[in-house]
Ligand binder design. Structure first.
Ligand code: AMP
Length: 281
């Protein structure tokens, strides 16, 4: 695998790839890689001739300085994993390299950014879309791979790509989980041993509500989720929403949509974790 730090070199390298008529699959990440990221690399490997991964801890998408400072970084291990997964090129730019490219654009996401993550992390999706757009313009992939774990992000990136008329196909990939159901996340390594155990509650609750969703009202489900997290002493529910999968509008009754997903963010100790489950589609 080639490791490239500058935009000029990545352009040269990828021009040569394109001249050979090879398709490019792209996986943008913030590093501290795990099996979830690697599943995206493998999917890209299957569908493209050439696979590019980027590692860039994007300061634009952090609305909390200590969250940015504490974000895990482990480039040596990341490189080993990407080599094993047969990634062709790692783009690993510094902040200094990316800064001149980042024009703070104000995107219109049509309200998709007003709920859930967007409500609790103001400016987060504008920061994500800004960096993803810059990366798409540098890499010019045919396909880009995103995890369903960050469901709202997939919907918003899809809209940004369409509105910006970028010729990139956005491919959503399933959430990879630990044995106890916890969605893999770079942030999981920040959990203490007891909090790590506690964190498995999140997916347990989501699985339980999927079973109940045919029989209970949305309000009853919400009350159930709130009560489950009130019970656990180190967990704090930030939000739990049942929304339409496309508009992300919160639903009051099941009849309002045929494509329904439940999304949540929970603090386990100081670590903020998100997850979701499709209820109907
Ligand atoms: P991040 O490094 O957290 O920005 O994530 C980079 C990409 O990996 C995003 O598209 C995430 O949705 C995806 N991702 C993170 N965790 C998982 C997971 N457990 N399963 C599948 N994809 C994931």
């Amino acid at each position: 695998m080639q490791i490239i730090n500058t935009i000029i070199e990545v352009n040269d390298h990828l021009d040569a790839v394109r001249e050979k008529g090879l398709s490019i699959g792209f996986v943008p990440t913030m590093g501290a890689l795990h099996e979830g990221h690697l599943s995206l690399i493998r999917e890209a490997r299957k569908e493209n001739d050439f696979v590019v991964c980027s590692i860039f801890v994007n300061p634009e998408q952090f609305n909390n300085k200590s969250d940015l400072e504490n974000y895990p970084r482990n480039i040596e291990a990341d490189v080993d994993m990407l080599n094993d997964a047969k990634c062709d090129l790692l783009f690993f730019p510094s902040e200094l390299e990316m800064q001149p490219k980042i024009k703070t654009e104000s995107f219109d996401f049509g309200g998709l950014e007003k709920v859930m993550e967007g409500k609790f992390r103001p400016g987060h999706f504008n920061g994500v879309a800004t960096i993803v757009k810059v990366l798409f313009e540098i890499i010019e992939p045919q396909r880009a791979y995103f995890g369903m774990k960050d469901y709202q992000q997939v919907v918003i990136i899809h809209k940004m790509t369409k509105d910006s008329k970028l010729p990139v196909e956005i491919i959503p990939c399933p959430t990879v989980r630990e044995e106890d159901g916890l969605a893999m996340s770079s942030r999981n390594q920040l959990l203490s041993k007891s909090d790590r155990k506690q964190a498995a509650t999140i997916f347990k609750v989501l699985k339980m509500i999927k079973i109940h969703s045919g029989f209970s009202t949305i309000n009853e489900i919400k009350e159930y989720v709130e009560s489950q997290f009130r019970k656990s002493k180190n967990a704090k529910l930030e939000y739990f929403e049942i929304v339409d999968m496309y508009s992300l509008k919160p639903l009051k009754a099941w009849a309002e949509s045929n494509n329904v997903i439940a999304c949540t963010a929970v603090y386990i100790g100081d670590v903020r974790l998100i997850d979701n489950i499709i209820l109907f589609s």
